[in-house]
Design a protein around this ligand. Sequence first.
Ligand SMILES: Nc1nc2c(ncn2[C@@H]2O[C@H](COP(=O)(O)OP(=O)(O)OP(=O)(O)O)[C@@H](O)[C@H]2O)c(=O)[nH]1
Ligand SMILES: [Mg+2]
Length: 353
Amino acid sequence: MIIKRYIVDNMNEAMTRIRYELGNDAVIVSQRKIRQKGIIGFIKPKKIEVTAAADDKSKKSKENSDKDKNESLQKEINELKEMMASLLGQKEQSKIKTQDRSKTKQRLLENDIPIEIIEDIYNAIKENNGNKKLSSKKIEKEIKLIIEKIIKINEKKDCRLQVFIGPTGVGKTTTIAKIASMYSLYQQKKVGLITIDTYRIGAVEQLKTYSDILGIPFKVALSIKDIPKAIDEMKECDVILIDTTGRNCKNMMQISETRKYVETINADIVHLVLSMTTKQGDIKKIIENYKTVNYNSLILTKVDETLTYGSILTSCFYGNVPISFITTGQNVPEDIEEANKDRLLKLVLGDDN
Ligand SMILES: Nc1nc2c(ncn2[C@@H]2O[C@H](COP(=O)(O)OP(=O)(O)OP(=O)(O)O)[C@@H](O)[C@H]2O)c(=O)[nH]1
Ligand SMILES: [Mg+2]
């Protein structure tokens, strides 16, 4: 038995390739939609992964007919070789293109966008334009379009049960206070606060102080068992915001504990809070390790504390979920903004200074 996996655009393509390679008796074992890796996955429709199986025998009978095809293949290879030679002759021309490209690339690098993301963007542009030579203006436009697709904005503003997770000290509790103020002071909503952070000294008092100032209910859940009760006691509330303990992203035991809490809460929205002062490599790791917690929103904090904004793109690219808020200072309630695509795009492209 031969089993082969195909990544194709549609089932017609799959059937043609399967028949060609495995013969007419091949059967499809499974098929599913997948997003392509890298930037191209953001701009191209999903592909289909098809697994097919065939008997060794049917492959052998097919191999005979393949012999005929080998000759025509050899011809195609020769033609390709000739094409390569002519492309090498165009090397000088492509040098000019590289110079154009380097200016834009330099600007992205200066804004601290990781080189692997930049390369990925350029490759996606090439692939998307069938390797056509593009002017630097057109390249800039394409870059903007791709980045626009990577930055997703959360449009669901009014989720009732919201939980905030993330590494230590990124600003989870402060952000909750800002959001609670926003809902209760500006939108006249009934807001309740719950904390499950009984680990860090002073954590409970920190959130309680904000609840006292705002005059809104506050509960502490000492263990997983207490969570449903605390939520139930806030039946009257339009919005319930739940604070969690900051976790070291390298400690998978701690993250898996957070996951259990989040599963019990069964929140409408799970915000992963990330500080934009965190090193790029660490952001990538945090996002990767927190994937098990199934967050569906990002909050980017401390945007005021950095001069370069590549970390915004890194967070969107690897996180691949919409951004709900960005925070821009320590002041509660004012230093928070609902995520806005134009604003974020300007920051990422370095047009906002
Ligand atoms: N500059 C700046 N500081 C912020 C921002 N958000 C929070 N902070 C500060 O960051 C520090 C930590 O904030 P917390 O809200 O306690 O962070 P946390 O994630 O709850 O921390 P743990 O509960 O210990 O994990 C405090 O000094 C906040 O004032 C922001 O947007 N900009
Ligand atoms: Mg906290």
